[in-house]
Write a protein that binds this ligand. Structure first.
Ligand code: 5GP
Ligand code: ZN
Length: 113
């Protein structure tokens, strides 16, 4: 666990954040500042800075599996949704613990951002 990392604390259950998904490797919870009707963050329990921090294949697979379960549970699997991983300063990554944003429940448009 990285010191003073908010997502390590959430994944550890220290903040009492309500989880929408949990397995051995991953947790997911609602973003506190939602950008869409469905805005869930998928977060590995172990601390990695971002997607280029030598993330093990099993962790990436667990994150993908979590996205599927969440999309089905939240009713956006059929309509479609967007997955975003902000990486580094230019992307505006503010929490330096690997996470996927899962956004859906509205028309997100055709662009990437
Ligand atoms: P980033 O810009 O790093 O990709 O996004 C970090 C996201 O984490 C932001 O959308 C922000 O709203 C969310 N976030 C930051 N701290 C917390 C928190 O303590 N609880 C929850 N639920 N979301 C958080
Ligand atoms: Zn962390």
């Amino acid at each position: 666990m990285a010191e003073d990392c908010i997502f390590c604390k959430i994944a550890n259950g220290e903040l009492g954040t309500e989880l929408v998904y949990e397995d051995d490797l991953v947790v997911a919870f609602k973003d506190m500042n939602p950008q869409a009707p469905v805005h869930v963050l998928v977060v590995p329990k172990r601390h990695y800075e971002n997607i280029i921090d030598d993330v093990p294949a099993e962790v990436l697979k667990a994150m993908a599996d979590a996205v599927k379960v969440i999309a089905e549970k939240e009713g956006i699997a059929e309509s479609g949704f967007r997955v975003i991983m902000n990486t580094g300063d230019a992307a505006g990554q503010t929490v330096h613990h690997l996470h996927m944003h899962v956004l859906g429940g509205r028309d997100l448009g055709e662009g990437l951002v």
